[in-house]
Ligand binder design. Structure first.
Ligand code: AMP
Length: 432
């Protein structure tokens, strides 16, 4: 039964990119990128967007949503055939994180390689000067994070009066990160005659409200998160307390099948601690989190992408939008305190038709998080080794305010309770 569901959700369609009506330079770039068929969101969204519709897309990374909005944007910009004035932009794409902004920019480069558009990324954490220089000549496409964008508008380095395309990516994350007022402010500065797209992985009431404000009679496409991540990922949980998590991570990494691994922690300090531990175990690892400079994050990500580092340790926010192919395993060293984040995390593996394995560690304080996750994904994670033991302890603070120390080494009531090594086999995924 589950098997049929899996088959139905493999993210390719029987349409072709040619049928969707995209222009030749774009089709050529897609052939170069070896994309054979559109994903469901692409097949649905592209014709609507070529028609000029507004779109409310409920989809997360891994569905092919970036191409779903970038391809028609490139097509439409070429059709319009106008040039931007100095300091003006024709299209604005807003992303909550720098990593996501850079990734969108990479997609524009990939899909637009046979076209001649001027595009740039504007984001915090790096020098403003080259961004200003790029803006002065005017841009066809600007990818931006909200804070820096507003700074540049206030400094009159950028005007939005010519912007006819507005794309808001990961709107729910904008909300989580406290950017929503900035987003509203930016939207108010745009011309009313424009095409607007809003993408969000989830659809809380605030996002629906925002959609009502900025979209005009939108089309709506919903690609269920379950179809992209949950069903194609083999998911396991180990109940471990205290140092047993570290020991288990070391043990798992002795298996070379874990070739490209993202380990998630809730906090920056937690991430640094895991890296230190792995270094002691002679496993190459790098951390990316908000406490590191943009350059350091990018360097770590590049090394991981290139296979020079085997393990990337990340916090949720830093990991958003990370687009690395062929991640073999996701390890949730600490469970996220928001169940949605779990889906985002495990969506890093099993991208674009691949399959993956997600291994979660759950201590006695995290059982509530595990229940939330299982409720959200409507499935129970496979328990590997012994089940939960000892009393449940209260969860750590609900919203982790950055560096938060749970005192793992001196706290856990059941410290050492799971030292016993459990022999297990990573089950292969049964996707198809
Ligand atoms: P996204 O959901 O936009 O983050 O895309 C997820 C991944 O799928 C990226 O690595 C894309 O390069 C890849 N991708 C997007 N569309 C296709 C497609 N039609 N065929 C193959 N790969 C794709």
């Amino acid at each position: 039964m589950a098997f049929a569901a899996i088959k139905d959700t493999i993210p390719v369609t029987d349409t072709s990119f040619e049928e969707l009506g995209l222009s030749e330079p774009i089709l050529r770039a897609l052939r170069d990128a070896k994309y054979d068929t559109p994903t469901p969101i692409q097949a649905q969204a592209i014709p609507m967007l070529l028609d000029g519709a507004d779109l409310f897309g409920i989809a997360q990374t891994g569905t092919g949503k970036t191409a779903a909005f970038t391809l028609p944007l490139l097509h439409n910009l070429a059709e319009d055939g106008v040039r931007p004035s100095p300091r003006a932009v024709r299209a604005l794409i807003l992303a909550p994180t720098r990593e996501l902004a850079l990734q969108i920019s990479d997609s524009i480069k990939t899909y637009g390689r046979h076209m001649h558009f001027r595009h740039a990324v504007v984001m915090g954490g790096v020098s403003q000067r080259p961004q200003v220089t790029a803006l002065r000549k005017g841009l066809d496409i600007l990818v931006a994070t909200p804070g820096r964008l507003l700074d540049l508008i206030e400094q009159k380095e950028l005007v939005l009066g010519e912007c006819e395309y507005f794309i808001l990516d990961e709107a729910d994350r904008m909300f989580d990160m406290g950017f929503i007022r900035d987003v509203r402010k930016i939207a108010r500065g745009l011309p009313t005659e424009r095409q607007t797209l809003l993408f969000s992985a989830t659809m809380p009431a605030e996002i629906q409200k925002l959609a009502g404000e900025i979209l005009h009679e939108p089309e709506r496409i919903e690609i269920k998160a379950r179809t992209v991540a949950v069903e194609r990922v083999a998911q396991q949980v180990h109940h471990l307390n205290g140092d047993a998590k570290r020991d288990k991570l070391g043990e798992l990494l002795r298996n070379p099948d874990l070739s490209k691994v993202i380990v998630f922690t809730r906090t920056e300090r937690g991430a640094d601690r895991v890296v230190k531990h792995l270094e002691r175990e002679k496993v190459s690892a790098e951390a990316i989190h908000g406490n590191k400079s943009q350059n350091a994050r990018q360097r770590a990500l590049d090394k991981f992408k290139a296979g020079k580092v085997r393990v990337l340790v990340a916090t949720d926010i830093a990991s958003r939008g990370i687009d690395v192919d062929e991640i073999s395993h996701v390890v949730n060293f600490e469970l996220p305190n928001e169940a949605e984040s779990y889906v985002h995390r495990i969506g890093r593996t099993a991208r674009a038709g691949h399959e993956g394995v997600a291994i979660s560690f759950c201590d006695s304080g995290e059982r509530g998080y595990l229940r939330d996750i299982e409720r959200l994904i409507r499935q129970q994670l496979e328990v590997v080794g012994a089940g939960p033991a000892g009393p449940e302890t209260p969860p750590p603070h609900k919203k982790s305010g950055g560096a938060q120390n749970r005192g793992r080494n001196n706290g856990g009531a059941n410290k050492g309770g799971y030292r016993r090594t459990v022999h297990e086999i990573l089950i292969p995924t049964n996707g198809g």
